[in-house]
Write a protein that binds this ligand. Structure first.
Ligand SMILES: C[S@@+](CC[C@H](N)C(=O)[O-])C[C@H]1O[C@@H](n2cnc3c(N)ncnc32)[C@H](O)[C@@H]1O
Length: 348
């Protein structure tokens, strides 16, 4: 039997009510409901005791979780996890717990600044949180750690594609500028034993990065340097500089500053790799990039750019594109068209 098509009004009503779903998954994760149900069915009053919730309200909330297919209700009234609900468990190999916490604590409240962002051109985040995005993370390290983990998961989806697509075999020193906790530089160093790395990021991020590099056995080949890529502190003299998922965070003037601070310390034969998704000419060719562009507008002052825009902004910093290397991102993009690319440039 065919599922009846939704009417236009139903589709738009669902869009308007999307906030409920965000808050259902967020509340479920915040209370740790899936973790408590991982060993099987529980009655709602037992669960209420375990998660310290009002029994009647929790029962009503669990019924909603059944409606959205995160839980199933057994004949005896007990609740168990559905296949979707399993993904909320902390210890699930593909756990979405931290992503959901991050979205609930940062993107959801920031999204209330959407109309402000569109009307004024200023970030919705600053309007709602009263301070810029990265400053918020340095003042709230717990949320900052959630963000770093999210970025690290994103870069994990790109690492294999980047390492396969680009030849790092001749590089002696590679600087990952704004490299976060070190996921990308670690993968590059593992695949290229001749290379040493420098992970450059804000001091608050590097404490976590040092543990990550040590846990992955590359701490002896990768040092960390704390700094600000808007200041003149990017380490000089390396063979390769990487800006992965950095430039889209910033407006043109700031991108210019970051690029100048890299090109100013690059030896003539070194290469800069800008790794970004490219904004397509046709919106529907890459809806994910269009959505990411709106996130950049909401959270920061950044934007997703076309290949031509990257070429132009690089040339203003005295850099010339030498190669454009598309690569495949995996997992979260599986089955969807992506347009990630390494834009290689050198000093003019
Ligand atoms: C969107 S994340 C990208 C992380 C990683 N390169 C990736 O590919 O996913 C941006 C990174 O830039 C760092 N960052 C932000 N402002 C910075 C600054 N002024 N100087 C150095 N790093 C900065 C953040 O701490 C974060 O690790």
């Amino acid at each position: 039997m065919q599922t009846p098509q939704k009417t236009p009004a139903e589709i738009v009503r669902e869009m308007a009510g999307g906030f409920t779903l965000t808050q259902v998954v967020y509340t479920a994760v915040k209370l740790g409901i899936a973790d408590h149900l991982k060993n099987g069915s529980m009655a709602s009053h037992e669960l209420a005791h375990a998660v310290d919730a009002n029994p009647q309200s929790l029962h009503r909330f669990l019924r909603m979780m059944v409606v959205v297919n995160l839980l199933l209700q057994k004949e005896d009234g007990g609740f168990i996890l559905s296949a979707l609900g399993e993904l909320l468990r902390t210890d699930h190999p593909d756990s979405l717990r931290n992503r959901i916490l991050y979205i609930g604590e940062v993107n959801y409240p920031a999204a209330q600044g959407m109309s402000h962002a569109v009307q004024t051109g200023e970030p919705g985040f600053d309007h709602i949180f009263g301070m810029p995005f990265f400053e918020y993370f340095s003042r709230n390290p717990h949320t900052g750690a959630l963000f770093n983990e999210l970025m690290s998961q994103g870069v994990e989806d790109r690492v294999a594609g980047i390492v396969a697509a680009y030849d790092f075999s001749k590089a002696r020193t590679i600087v990952d500028v704004g490299g976060g906790k070190g996921t990308l530089i670690t993968a590059i160093l593992k695949a290229n034993p001749q290379a040493t790395g420098i992970l450059f990021d804000a001091p608050t991020v590097l404490a976590e990065a040092e543990n990550y590099l040590a846990d992955n056995g590359v701490a002896d080949r990768c040092r960390t340097v704390a700094g600000d890529f808007f200041q003149d502190t990017v380490p000089a003299g390396a063979d390769i500089y990487i800006l992965s998922n950095i430039l889209h965070d910033w407006e043109d003037a700031r991108v210019q500053l970051i690029l100048n601070n890299c090109s100013g310390v690059m030896p003539p034969d070194s290469r800069l790799l800008v790794i970004e998704q490219l904004m397509p000419e046709q919106v529907l060719d890459a809806p994910v990039t269009v959505a990411s562009d709106v996130s950049m507008m909401l959270l920061l002052r950044g934007r997703e750019r076309t290949e031509a825009e990257y070429g132009e902004i690089l040339s203003l910093a005295g850099l010339q594109v030498t190669s454009l290397i598309p690569f495949a991102a995996t997992r979260i993009y599986s089955g969807r068209k992506t347009n990630w690319a390494i834009i290689e440039s050198k000093r003019l």
